[in-house]
Design a protein around this ligand. Structure first.
Ligand code: C2E
Ligand code: CA
Ligand code: CA
Length: 877
């Protein structure tokens, strides 16, 4: 093959052109595949190279040793589909191509043979030039060309194809480098967008501001910004000067700086982080400034949120514990330390179990975990233990936190120390159930405990005792020494009572000087009387309060469940009845409740009921008992005494119903009724020519009733009886409580002409001297003095002295209950003015008295020595 022949010249030129065209093709903005495919076409176009227009280019893909790698088909021309499939990749060493790659030698095949494994049986007979594409010993790929079967090997052809392979190597390398760059640029742009990052350049000389496409996209800015000032306009006014100075400093040569600011002149406000750096020319002068800018709005917000949560976390008064999924403590806040006493470093890495108290059993914790696992949270009250060993209640709420995959990553426990809350609750409860003065349980708590005790005793068959304790004469202390001393004394007494009884016994204060004691689980009544005795003994020891010494006594009533009552209310009520009896018995003693007491109560209840009905049914009558003058034995006046005639005809004694009427207030209508009847009767007799006077008993309740004077005046007016024909009998006690008022009231009655007498004189405490101050006319000496006057020298002396003194005070004296002539004689001798008694007449119905008047009945004083030689009181001397 001479190079000088014409055809040789032509062939060379053609070869040169193909190589040039190949190089140009490599510059074209085409993909590597396209370049290689067009390259194959160029080779086929050579007229002097009689090869098939069929072939491909493989690229070498390095793989791990020992396989070493494989060929991957990148471009092909006119290959059968079966080949495209079987030759898509060819391992190193396999078939002809694999061999060429392995040995990096041109492989020639004249026709198909056993070495053609890839195309076996699928294509017609053919030959091959297979040329490795290498550059500096490095395999890049393989060029595979198809020959007509029987084509002979030719050195010129081989040489040309090696040159083609070398050119392809250059093109492939260049193209691969370009693709790598484009790929990395695309990746960078993508990353910048993801990182919300852009960059800018300020061309100082031209004052032009260039933005990267990412910067424009991320911040919604125009692709070009006119000038630096235009850019600065888009910075938040407060940050603008700082940013400007940073850029100007860079212009003056200062090295890279970082800056945070707000970008406002964009699609919205952004928080941005920026870096500014000068680009220096060879003279060291800044030609332009470059910067990057990143959107940190979200980061800033997250940071702020984090700061805020950290602040909340730290300053919370709730204790906070965060554990990992295994329950290991990761964080605790300050309140945790304040509440538990453990510092953070003492508990981090530990299990919250270290706070457990022994107050809850394992079942409690199991329940808690079960709920936490099922529902994701648990809350409730729990007792934990502080570092100092103290247990305390807390309100705990635990929440499980799940990660993106739905797995529990943490548990957050928030707890509130309930100690103070509990203490307040307990205090409030204590106050509601205790007496402020003595600290003892009050009636509320007592009722509660009594109810429980009774219920319990009902079930167990035991006994319960209630002791009603009343301090004797306590009122006197208050009256004489004041409430302060009284309160102090009450406190001391409460402590004494409490102190002398077992702890299980409930001692409560019911108010004023009354205490209720509850003794539970007793076997025999004696245990309750033992308690009563201990209280009385305990109080009897001298008590010193505020410098005063006291010897306290108490009266106590006792009831037992179930013997005396079946309900708490009845137990207390019956204890009260027993207490009344203890007082009647002279105080400083205890009484057990008896059925009799209850019967008495029953009777009283029925009586009260009957009394009310009797008033309505007008079952009351007035009987009259004459009062006889000892001067002439004549009936001077009568005492009106009420009688209750039940519908069965039976007369009930006023001694039985007057006290109850007094207690219930029924005495008011009853008293008015008696007064009206008495006035009417006496007015009637006086009209018949008998100048009689009437005395009517006035009860304490009536005496203290508002408007008494007006009522009396109305009745006098109504019946037409002159006031001077009326006398009221009052008792000493009535006037003693409010002396001034009593004197005023009595004065008003006196002005109406009404006479006043002191009934039952001698049974009270008042002195004659005291009575002198009252507008009284008459004394009625009590029947008890008269009864024994003959036998008892003391009574005789008292009566004699009373008559004598009364006379000196200008008072008349009436002796009550005179039954015998001997009594009459004695009284006559003492100078007594009048007598009243069975000797002359009991109280009789009005009709009988009228009869007496008409008969002119009188007391015969014949044989009675009414003229003593000397005054009675001297007879004793
Ligand atoms: P009193 O005012 O001391 O009345 C005298 C009582 O002595 C009457 O009893 C009378 O029947 C009784 N009596 C009179 N003479 C004798 C006697 O020689 N021997 C004995 N053993 N007793 C005698 P009575 O009627 O049962 O009244 C009892 C009390 O009831 C009265 O005592 C009085 O305090 C009260 N009372 C009676 N009627 C009234 C009334 O209308 N109003 C008020 N407030 N009290 C009344
Ligand atoms: Ca009387
Ligand atoms: Ca009397």
């Amino acid at each position: 093959m001479g190079g000088s022949s014409v055809s040789g010249q032509l062939q060379l030129a053609e070869q040169q052109k193909v190589l040039n065209d190949l190089l140009l093709l490599g510059m074209a903005p085409l993909s590597l595949q396209e370049i290689l495919e067009r390259g194959l076409e160029l080779i086929y176009s050579l007229s002097w190279l009689p090869i098939q227009a069929k072939g491909c280019v493989f690229l070498w893909r390095q793989g791990p040793a020992p396989a070493g790698g494989e060929l991957v088909m990148c471009a092909q021309r006119n290959l059968e589909d079966s080949l495209l499939e079987s030759c898509a990749t060819v391992p190193q060493g396999r078939c002809l191509c694999g061999r060429a790659a392995k040995e990096r030698l041109l492989v020639f095949a004249e026709r198909m043979n056993a070495a053609h494994v890839c195309a076996a049986g699928t294509v017609r007979d053919h030959g091959h030039y297979i040329v490795p594409i290498c550059r500096e010993e490095e395999l890049i790929g393989v060029l595979n060309l198809y020959l007509h079967a029987g084509h002979r090997r030719n050195g010129t052809e081989e040489e040309f194809l090696r040159a083609v392979a070398n050119t392809l190597a250059v093109i492939i390398r260049k193209k691969q480098a370009e693709e790598r760059i484009a790929e990395s640029e695309a990746r960078l742009a993508r990353n910048q967008t993801i990182a919300r990052l852009g960059h800018w350049i300020w061309d100082i000389a031209a004052d032009r501001f260039l933005l990267s496409p990412q910067m424009a996209a991320v911040f919604g800015l125009p692709a070009a910004i006119a000038s630096l000032d235009d850019f600065l306009e888009r910075i938040h006014a407060d940050d603008r000067e700082r940013v400007k100075q940073t850029i100007l400093q860079a212009r003056d040569g200062r090295a890279a700086q970082e800056i945070d600011c707000r970008l406002t002149g964009a699609s919205r406000e952004f928080a941005v982080h920026g870096e500014v750096e000068p680009c220096l020319d060879p003279q060291g002068k800044a030609a332009r400034i470059e910067g990057i800018i990143q959107d940190v709005t979200f980061l800033k917000k997250a940071q702020n949120d984090l700061l805020l949560s950290a602040k909340i976390f730290e300053s919370s008064i709730e204790g906070i514990t965060i554990t990992d999924a295994q329950g290991k403590i990761q964080f605790v806040n300050r309140a945790f330390t304040d509440i538990t006493g453990y510092a953070a470093e003492e508990v981090i890495g530990e299990n919250p179990r270290l706070l457990r108290s022994s107050r809850h059993d394992p079942v409690f914790y199991q329940g808690m975990w079960q709920e936490l696992l099922q529902r994701g949270n648990w809350q409730g009250e729990i007792w934990n233990r502080r570092k100092n060993g103290e247990t305390y209640p807390e309100w705990l709420s635990i929440t499980s936190i799940k990660d993106g995959r739905g797995q529990v990553s943490n548990y957050v426990a928030v707890f509130h120390d309930l100690t103070a809350v509990k203490r307040n609750e307990a205090q409030l409860r204590f106050q509601a159930q205790h007496d402020a003065l003595t600290g003892l349980p009050n009636s509320v708590l007592f009722a509660d405990r009594l109810g429980v005790a009774v219920g319990h005793a009902r079930g167990s068959g035991g006994k319960v005792a209630v002791l009603f304790v009343d301090l004797d004469n306590f009122k006197r202390v208050n009256d004489s020494l004041g409430y302060t001393v009284g309160d102090l004394l009450l406190q001391e007494c409460a402590a004494r009572i409490r102190g002398c009884l077992a702890d299980e016994v409930t001692v409560s204060r019911q108010g004023s000087d009354v205490f209720l004691v509850l003794v539970e689980g007793i076997g025999h009544a004696k245990e309750s009387t033992d308690a009563a005795r201990r209280i009385i003994e305990g109080l009897s020891r001298p008590l010193v309060v505020d410098g005063h010494e006291f010897h306290m006594t108490a009266s106590i009533g006792i009831t037992l469940f179930p013997d005396d009552a079946r309900t708490p209310g009845d137990l207390i009520k019956n204890a009260g009845l027993a207490l009344d009896r203890a007082k009647e018995a002279g105080k400083n003693t205890y009484e057990l409740f008896t059925r009799g007491l209850n019967d008495k109560v029953q009777r009283r209840l029925t009586l009260e009921n009957d009394l009310r009905k009797a008033l309505l049914k007008q079952e009351f009558l007035v009987h009259y008992q004459p009062r006889v003058s000892l001067a002439d034995g004549r009936m001077e006046s009568v005492e009106a005494l009420v009688r209750w005639q039940r519908n069965d005809g039976q007369l009930v004694s006023p001694a039985e119903f007057i006290p109850l009427a007094e207690e219930t207030g029924l005495i008011l209508p009853l008293g008015e009724l008696v007064l009206r009847i008495a006035c009417a009767d006496v007015r009637h007799w006086r009209d018949q020519g008998f100048p009689l006077r009437v005395s009517v008993n006035l009860s304490p309740r009536q005496f203290h009733q508002e408007g008494l004077v007006g009522r009396v005046a109305a009745i006098l007016a109504e019946t037409g009886l002159p006031g001077s024909a009326l006398e009221f009998e009052i008792t000493e006690g009535m006037v003693m409580t409010n002396e001034e008022k009593a004197i005023g009231l009595l004065g008003q009655l006196r002005e109406m002409g009404i006479a006043l007498s002191v009934d039952d004189f001698g049974t009270g405490y008042s002195s004659l001297y005291y009575l002198k101050r009252l507008p009284i006319d008459t004394l009625k000496i009590d029947r008890t003095f008269i009864r024994d006057i003959q036998e008892n020298p003391d009574d005789m002396a008292i009566v004699a002295a009373t008559v004598s003194m009364a006379h000196r005070l200008q008072l008349r004296v009436v002796a009550e209950g005179v039954e015998t002539l001997e009594q009459l004689a004695t009284l006559c001798r003492f100078g007594c003015d009048q007598i009243q008694g069975y000797l002359f007449s009991p109280a009789v119905p009005a009709a009988n008295l009228f009869q007496f008047l008409r008969e002119g009945r009188y007391l015969s004083l014949e044989g009675v020595d009414c003229h003593p030689a000397e005054p009675a009181h001297r007879t004793r001397q």
